[in-house]
Write a protein that binds this ligand. Structure first.
Ligand SMILES: *Cc1c(COP(=O)(O)O)cnc(C)c1O
Length: 468
């Protein structure tokens, strides 16, 4: 047998690690040189400058004869790192875009090398069992009193919310009326999108004047739906994208029960407060939902993707059952091969559970809870800094790790300019949020190692870009 051509060694098998090790050295070096080159939370210069750098470094992208693995890895990884918005930098704090843990990232490498596919047992014998075990344990944190809680792995909150709406639709007989979703104006955009995708009527969207649903408004809406023949899905949010607010979950659970509506809680952001002894009480009522969205690529420090949809009973998931002879033939299932096809709408699927399981085992519940506590404490510190500053105003005390603030009296154009100038200078990545009191700058703190000095620096940077 002739030697395989350069760059075509495989990642798996007993020889895989030997092929990977020198390549990983190159990758790690390129990550380091890229970050050093950037020297800040994002590359300076804005979209045109970054696009020019990428084009210059990377073309031709499909050369007639390849450059070999070392050059390609060095060039592209360096370019991507140098041009990254890096959430590990405390000044990168716009979105629910978390800095992944090194340990989770290392586990994800193993997932890539082994490449199990989670659509049939014969492609993922151990990975499918690890997924089943880990999902059940995570679901038990959400629904502790349930007899057989379970969870599905998803690509994130968007897919989890879509599945929740689909399962609600399928919970009623075919000849019932259509599913009507009721949500707040604070709901994530993926809720109305799910309704659109599933061919449902537009959600009834209730006002959220203080950032959260008000039980009176929800009661009136559900009472008015009494004549609706189809199922009703009340959707609440635990940790809104704009401000991190948590809807009044116990009152909403009471209302859903009273009006016989299903309850879905989108806890994409706040869900991991379950790990924290200090903050778990903020999620009181979560266990009363029929479906719960969790996202461990936010307050869970996982590389994308790490979403879950938790349910109190596996019967809730029955509508997803599906058969394809080449993946779960009846006789295979009868002979004891686990049937995985009903655990997702996807077919080929990465074992995202590995990094999650490694993180849970390495840190334990209290270790993850401690990261949640540190992150939420950093938000309080930042709010204190803004409160104490004579020229800045704070929107409200943070519930989670989102802090809305602005120079006192700043008009929307000034705020938008501050945000974009910080971006194009490569100094800081801040978000924006519109509330009933106007436009605000948004800091979404997700770095558990952020120090008070980092937050002072962030505020000083904003000050430096604020016209006097
Ligand atoms: C982030 C988020 C989502 C979407 O999650 P993805 O993982 O980006 O798909 C949905 N709902 C809320 C409240 C979120 O914060």
């Amino acid at each position: 047998m002739p030697e395989p051509p350069a760059g075509t060694a495989l990642a798996g098998g007993a020889d895989g690690p030997r092929a990977l090790r020198p390549l990983l050295d190159i990758v790690l070096d390129a990550l380091a040189t890229g970050a050093a080159h950037r020297a800040g939370p994002l590359p300076p210069g804005g979209p045109d400058a970054v696009a020019h750098t990428v084009r210059t470094a990377c073309t031709p992208l499909i050369p007639e004869y390849g450059t070999g693995p070392h050059d390609a890895l060095r060039t592209l990884v360096h370019t991507l790192a140098a041009g990254a918005a890096d959430p590990a930098d405390p000044r990168c704090a716009a979105h629910l875009h978390c800095p992944p843990l090194a340990l989770a990232t290392a586990a994800d490498l193993a997932a890539g090398a082994l490449n199990p596919s989670m659509d049939s047992w014969d492609q993922a014998p151990a990975a499918s069992e690890l997924e089943a075990l880990t999902c059940r344990e995570l679901a038990a944190l959400v629904h502790p009193a349930a007899a057989r809680p379970d969870a599905l792995v998803t690509t994130g909150g968007t897919e989890s919310n879509l599945l929740a709406a689909l399962l609600a639709r399928e919970s009623a007989p075919r000849d019932a009326g259509p599913l009507q979703i009721v949500c707040g104006a604070n709901a994530h955009h993926s809720i109305p999108r799910a309704a659109w995708l599933l061919g449902l009527p537009e959600p009834l969207t209730l006002p959220t004047p203080n950032g959260v649903l008000t039980p009176d408004t929800v009661h009136t809406c559900l009472a008015n739906l009494a004549g609706h023949t189809g199922p009703v899905l009340l959707t609440a949010t635990a940790g809104t994208t704009d401000s991190g607010a948590i809807d009044p979950l116990p009152a909403l659970a009471d209302l859903a029960a009273h009006h016989r509506a299903r309850l879905h809680i989108d806890a994409s952001y706040a869900g991991p407060l379950l790990f924290s002894d200090t903050h778990r009480p903020a999620l009181h009522g979560l266990d009363r939902a029929h479906t719960v969205t969790l996202d461990l690529h936010k307050l869970g420090w996982q590389p994308v993707a790490a979403g879950l949809l938790a349910v109190p009973d596996p019967a809730t998931l029955a509508p997803l059952a599906h058969q394809a002879d080449y993946l779960n033939a009846d006789d295979d299932t009868e002979a004891g091969l686990p049937d995985l096809l009903g655990r997702s709408l996807r077919t080929t699927r990465r074992p995202d559970i590995l990094k999650i399981a490694v993180t849970l085992k390495a840190l334990g519940r209290t270790g993850l809870g401690d990261l949640v506590d540190r992150t939420l404490a950093a938000a309080q510190t930042f709010a204190d800094l803004i409160d104490a500053h004579p020229r800045y105003e704070l929107h409200s005390r943070p519930t989670l790790s989102t802090v809305l603030f602005r120079p006192t009296g700043a008009d929307p154009t000034t705020l938008a300019t501050i945000r974009r100038t910080l971006l194009t200078d490569g100094h800081a990545v801040l978000g924006r949020a519109t509330t009933p009191t106007g436009l605000w700058l948004k800091a979404t703190l997700l770095n558990p190692h952020t120090q008070p000095g980092d937050l002072t620096t962030l505020l000083t940077l904003v000050e430096g870009h604020t016209p006097r």
